[in-house]
Design a protein around this ligand. Structure first.
Ligand code: ADP
Ligand code: MG
Length: 140
């Protein structure tokens, strides 16, 4: 299992000033931030990032949401990073997310769900490269 994953604090959580609280959660869970940058995605970038969902009925709304304001992509380090980060994020739908998870506590809906986390090591690698070049990733 890989040691890195890509996360995003989504525009809903940024605009509600949850950034610090979410970062606090992941640091307290043992993740180390090795890259981060505030970024307002273009429609093209958002469509490319979520290309796997392009046939889904919610795709256009998802692109509107993800481009509605700045978001904060980051790379974090932890043993078995993908699985462990998905665990502290919680289910996609905050109504179904476990107690104490980031989405349960900070998400407003299945769409505006506060954070993204890569779902496999292969996708983590792709998504990290989507946002960061190697010199921007501060691993030791
Ligand atoms: P996850 O982010 O938990 O991996 P998915 O990859 O299935 O979830 O979906 C990507 C994103 O698309 C979700 O985080 C959410 O913002 C949005 N989304 C997923 N399912 C729905 C839905 N049924 N209605 C509206 N938006 C959705
Ligand atoms: Mg996903």
């Amino acid at each position: 299992m890989g040691n890195y994953t890509l996360g995003i604090i989504k525009p809903d959580a940024i605009s509600k000033n949850y950034t610090g609280k979410i970062i606090d959660r992941l640091l307290n869970s043992g993740f180390k931030i090795v890259a981060a940058r505030l970024e307002h995605l273009s429609r093209e970038q958002a469509k490319q990032f979520y290309a796997v969902h392009k046939e889904r009925p919610f795709f256009n709304d998802l692109i509107n949401f993800m481009t509605s304001g700045p978001c904060l992509p980051f790379v974090i380090e932890h043993e078995n990073a993908v699985e462990n980060f998905r665990k502290i994020i919680g289910a996609t739908n905050p109504a179904e997310a476990a107690k104490g998870t980031i989405r349960r506590d900070f998400a407003e809906s299945i769409q505006n769900n506060a954070v993204h986390g890569s779902d496999s090591d292969k996708n983590a690698e792709k998504e990290i490269a989507f946002f960061f070049i190697p010199s921007q990733i501060h691993t030791v």
